[in-house]
Write a protein that binds this ligand. Structure first.
Ligand SMILES: [Zn+2]
Ligand SMILES: [Zn+2]
Length: 367
């Protein structure tokens, strides 16, 4: 009865998913990919021309069902960073991503949830790489091996990120299938509990051009920048975000040590926006909303001059104090503030931190 989350259904993921469907014990598969298939994908990805134009996640979920009708499948056509943390809770997360930043997000989410994750990557020079990470306080994570140059690369890709599809890796179908097969074999060991032969805390690199094979051990870096090595104790909060107001949450927060006014609230992986600024006349509008997927792009134009609204860095916050919310916002439901079932709230005072996972319908945008 295993649940596997696959993130990325491209050159590796499209070859991986049929293996996952056939894996012993797998009953639920979640597929996450923000993109639709294009004609150029047919050259290296395990798809047909009839899939072009369709959601990658939905195409793959349909295929999973063709292999095993009894599988429960969940398709999300979203970037992984927009999903509530709780939606990634599974027995294994398999990442087939081409962005360093997305891998960093998956790594942190896996540690917070305590879910093992298997990373796969390829490049056009003929290299296929698979890494297995087992979250534990003293176990190495992806970022443990990173130095300043790795973080500089994350910043670079973040700065030029837009809605355009990421550049193709230029890697072939065969190389994607190789990485996918190695990743699937590690997942089988993980699910079977064969920890003696699992690649835990290690990296396997296959250099197909020179027929070489390298295995490298990772080490826990005490200076690692990933802040959640100890993992999170997450308590289910059996309350639907559409029927819980911020006021009710604040009353609940009073049970957290300290006064409600001093309690700060954050949402895992997301930021709050507290003001929108008109880019033409500078008019400021006070708001209190989650900025998931850069919601500000959907904002109504400035009431004064019709100009577009933007946010400045000063108006984006990882956490906000509950009493900073305007009176009007406190009577609104958590879903009106942009929260979803499965979001993990972190309520903190200077000396205590509590993580609550919002209940309710967990798959509102599943298909
Ligand atoms: Zn680390
Ligand atoms: Zn204006």
């Amino acid at each position: 009865m295993a649940h596997v989350v696959v993130i990325g259904a491209g050159t590796i993921g499209s070859h991986l998913l049929p293996h996952v469907a056939r894996m012993l014990g797998v009953t639920t598969v979640t597929v996450i990919d923000r993109d639709r298939y294009t004609l150029s994908n047919v050259g290296a990805q395990n798809i047909f021309t009839s899939d072009v134009g369709k959601s990658k996640a939905q195409v793959q979920c349909r295929r999973l069902k063709q292999i095993d009708r009894s599988l429960e499948t969940r398709a999300f056509q979203k970037p992984v960073e927009d999903l509530p943390l709780g939606w990634l809770r599974a027995d294994a997360i398999l990442a087939c991503l081409d962005s360093r930043r997305a891998r960093m997000i998956v790594n942190q989410a896996a540690w917070r949830l305590g879910v093992p994750w298997i990373n796969a990557g390829i490049d056009a020079s003929g290299l296929a790489r698979v890494q297995v990470f087992m979250p534990a306080e003293h176990a190495p994570c992806l970022e443990c091996a990173w130095d300043a140059s790795d973080y500089a690369l994350v910043e670079q890709t973040y700065a030029c990120q837009d809605d355009a599809a990421p550049p193709e890796t230029g890697a072939s179908s065969g190389l994607g299938a190789l990485a996918a097969a190695v990743q699937a074999l590690e997942c089988e060991k993980l699910l079977a509990g064969d920890h003696d032969h699992l690649l835990a805390g290690r990296d396997v690199l296959l250099d197909t051009r020179h027929h070489r094979h390298y295995v490298t051990q990772f080490h826990r870096n005490s200076a690692c920048r990933m802040p959640d090595h100890a993992g999170w104790a997450i308590t289910p909060f059996e309350s639907d975000p559409s029927s819980t107001t911020l006021e009710q949450l604040m009353a609940m927060a009073q049970t957290v040590r300290g006064s409600a006014g001093g309690v700060r609230m954050g949402v895992a992986g997301q930021q709050f926006v507290t003001a929108l600024t008109c880019s033409s006349c500078g008019d400021r509008l006070t708001v209190a909303l989650l900025n998931r997927g850069d919601q500000t792009r959907l904002w109504a134009p400035c009431a004064a001059c019709g100009g577009g609204r933007t946010t400045t860095g000063f108006d984006l916050h990882d956490a906000v104090t509950l009493d900073a919310f305007p009176e009007e916002a406190r009577r609104r439901s958590l879903s009106e503030l942009g929260l979803l079932a499965g979001d993990v709230l972190t309520l903190s005072t200077p000396d205590i931190e509590t993580h609550l996972e919002l209940g309710g319908s967990v798959w509102p945008i599943a298909s």
